[in-house]
Design a protein around this ligand. Structure first.
Ligand code: PLP
Length: 433
């Protein structure tokens, strides 16, 4: 049995190039992070070899004594990491990722074509919260359920709770979903709870982006108000790629969430759990209870604030005017430039972030903003000083994008990309080291 470099030099080489890219670039994608060596060791272990359909003590395969021990430990650590009482909350640690976790919740508590309300994707929500366009039901969550998204108040850049309340009163959803992929502020859980109660809906929070911040108590606690909380495990929580579903143990609206959710995960939508991921997740959740993790999350937030303040000083407009969490959303439209072009130019300078729609955008392919996150570079040791420098680099990139746009005849994105990727394009050489 050979190691990777001998068994498959081709794949080994690709991994090595990707490792180099991750090491050398400024990683500012808000949903990414660098997990620990200990987590990666567990993910790369023999746990991947084992089938264990079912739950600890109730498996469909033999040989699961250690897997049972592992999954039980992972569940206990998950509840402890989020300060939950085992008598009040349960957790399923088997979801393969965030989108499956959400779909599993929907199939657990809803019937096909029941109504759901989540934050609209162009306003910061996630695909799996029921995304559809006027022409197409894009996400499976809008194909199998009837979705009526709520939105932001465009001028304030904040969730329009009054409109959510009005729409919910008419639409009468069975589920209201809090949580987002590009929202720089906390959700108002007490207000959402009140709206859900008034219309007889479940309230779920998808805390994927901020679960590390929730564990460290640096943002509001969704568990105080929600019936169900889902999360990915690989973003601010800094674990392996995976998902979790937390549920109240007491029945809600007459539904036993524990059995409904466990059955939706298996046998409803999944087969065997990915035990290597559960191993990595257990390692991550031990670390998430440490003082170092709390200090890390404090820095994620203070670094993001430093970045936001510098962008404002440099004259940029931020959606909602700032940030309470790990990300900022910059509205580039006042400069006459879009997020797609800026993303491309910054990518060429090894600054990795993503174009993002901002409230009022017409096009999702050429959106008017960029999203910048602090978790990954905070893991790499960046402090406020470095994040201020990051803002200055981004500013240089925006200036270059504006100059490059001038050079391109016609303003088509494709023409722009052709020009900036040609060997004759030298503007980038002017970027600071
Ligand atoms: N929920 C939110 C809020 C997200 O931002 C994401 C991913 O970015 C997901 C769910 C989906 O997670 P996954 O990509 O693991 O399916």
């Amino acid at each position: 049995d050979h190691g990777l470099s001998e068994a498959d030099p081709e794949v080994c080489e690709i991994i090595s190039k990707e490792k180099d890219r991750q090491y050398k670039s400024l990683e500012l994608i808000a949903s990414e992070n660098f997990t620990s060596r200990a987590v990666m060791e567990a993910v790369g272990s023999c746990l991947t070899n084992k089938y264990s359909e079912g739950l600890p003590g109730k498996r469909y395969y033999g040989g699961n004594e250690y897997i049972d021990e592992l999954e039980t430990l992972c569940q206990k650590r998950a509840l402890a990491a989020f300060h939950l009482d085992e008598n009040e909350w349960g957790v399923n640690v088997q979801p393969l990722s965030g989108s499956p976790a959400n779909f599993e919740v929907y199939t657990a508590i809803l019937n096909p074509h029941d109504r759901i309300m989540g934050l609209d994707l162009p306003h910061g929500g996630h695909l799996s919260h029921g995304f559809m366009t006027p022409k197409r039901r894009v996400s499976g969550t809008s194909i199998y359920f009837e979705s009526m998204p709520y939105r932001l108040d465009e001028s304030a850049g904040l969730v329009d709770y009054d409109m959510l309340e009005k729409t919910a009163t008419l639409f009468r959803p069975k589920l209201i979903i809090a949580g987002a992929s590009a929202y720089p502020r906390d959700f108002d859980y007490p207000r959402m709870r009140k709206i859900a109660d008034a219309v007889g809906a479940f309230l779920m929070m998808d805390m994927a982006h901020i679960s590390g911040l929730v564990a460290a108590s640096v943002v509001a606690d969704p568990f105080e108000y929600c019936d169900i909380v889902t999360t990915t495990t690989h973003k601010s929580l800094r674990g392996p790629r995976g998902g979790m579903i937390f549920f109240k143990k007491e029945p809600v609206l007459g539904v036993d969430l524990e059995s409904a959710i466990n059955n939706a995960v298996f046998p409803g939508l999944q087969g065997g759990p990915h035990n290597h991921t559960i191993g990595g997740l257990a390692v991550c959740l031990k670390h998430a209870q440490s003082p170092e993790f709390k200090a890390y999350q404090d820095r994620v937030v203070s670094n993001c604030r430093a970045l936001a303040s510098r962008m404002i000083e440099l004259g940029y407009k931020l959606v909602s005017g700032g940030s309470d969490n790990h990300l900022v959303l910059v509205d580039l439209r006042p400069l006459g430039i879009d997020g797609a072009r800026v993303e491309k130019i910054l990518d060429m300078a090894s600054i990795t972030l993503n174009k993002n729609s901002v409230p009022g955008d017409k096009s999702a392919l050429v959106p008017g903003g960029i999203r910048i996150g602090s978790p990954a570079m905070t893991t790499r040791g960046f402090t406020e000083k470095e994040f201020i420098a990051v803002a200055d680099f981004i500013h240089e990139g925006v200036q270059i994008t504006l100059e490059a746009k001038q050079l391109v005849k016609g303003s088509k994105l494709q023409d722009f990309m052709k020009v900036v990727t040609s060997p004759d394009f030298t503007l980038l050489n002017t970027v600071s080291d």
